[in-house]
Design a protein around this ligand. Structure first.
Ligand code: HEC
Length: 256
């Protein structure tokens, strides 16, 4: 009986290992160093601002960010006035008193506008493919920020013998579509001119937009990291106290 149980346990232990080994052969996504990782992890405010600039100047024409309101941008280190001015650069459709279509300036309570009026239009503009909303993208994809960074910088010539379909682009990290993605390479050196003077290499731009989109998906990450740290300290102190308590109780029992 014992042997059967042991054998069953061994099989069960091997199953997840073989599944993950299989998944790992699909695409290897290298791990990057991110400032927001770990218990002391923080977002770099200047980097978030650069990432916002990249979203606005490069990605926003095709991808929405519907879960982010302009007022949320204060977390990037902008003043209320700056956020107001930022929102006012956008126009939103509304009706006047007679019911005619007009536009109004964006308010801080507005959310980033959708790039296309509907899915049909979005697909028609992108060779049939739908550019996903980017609000939660780093959580929606295996590999999270590492995946996003490598996807954006992973465009290269297809391997010999592979024919890339019309309107598609080879990307060694886009496993879902047989390494063929409908989004063309978006980032190149000096594509943006950063307001803070940072040199805009492709790598830098990709890191900045990745950090910004990770903030969009996890705006409370810093608070969570520091709570995690406090919980850890509490556990350490509690363990030490419990240890001394145990010593005292057993010392008394042993005397008896
Ligand atoms: C010209 C339009 C266009 C622009 C600009 C653009 N994309 Fe895309 N993007 C697409 C399309 C279309 C898809 C869908 C690709 C597919 O499913 O094959 C896509 C897909 C994606 C995906 C999802 C990949 C996946 O795993 O499914 C991410 C992430 C992404 N884009 C990020 C970005 C970022 C970040 C920027 C700005 C630096 C950007 N895109 C700029 C059109 C665009």
């Amino acid at each position: 009986m014992k042997k059967i149980i042991l054998a069953a346990a061994a099989v069960l232990a091997l199953v997840p290992a073989s599944i993950s080994a299989f998944a790992a052969t699909e695409v290897h996504i290298p791990k990057e160093q991110w400032g927001f990782s770990g218990v002391f992890g923080k977002f770099d405010r200047m980097q978030l601002q650069r990432g916002l600039q990249v979203y606005k100047e490069v990605c926003a024409s095709c991808h929405g960010l519907k879960q982010v309101a302009f007022r949320n941008l204060e977390a990037l280190g902008y003043s209320e006035e700056q956020v107001k001015a930022f929102a006012a650069e956008y126009e939103f459709p509304t009706l006047d008193d007679e019911g005619s279509d007009i536009t109004r300036k964006g308010l801080t309570s507005d959310y980033f506008p959708k790039p296309y009026p509907n899915e049909k239009f979005a697909r028609a503009s992108n060779n049939g493919a739908l550019p996903p909303d980017l609000s939660l993208i780093t959580k929606a994809r295996e590999g999270g920020p590492d995946y996003l960074f490598h996807l954006l910088t992973g465009y290269e010539d297809p391997p010999q013998g592979m024919t890339v379909m019309d309107g598609m682009h080879y990307n060694k990290y886009f496993a879902d579509g047989n390494f063929q993605i409908a989004m063309a390479r978006q980032l190149n050196d000096d594509q943006v001119t950063y307001a803070d003077g940072t040199k805009a290499s492709t790598d830098q731009i990709a890191r900045d937009i990745t950090v910004f989109l990770h903030w969009a998906a996890e705006p409370n990450l810093e608070a969570r990291n520091s709570t995690g740290f406090r919980v850890m300290i509490y556990m350490v102190i509690f363990t030490i106290l419990a240890f001394f308590l145990k010593q005292r109780i057993w010392a008394r029992l042993e005397k008896k």
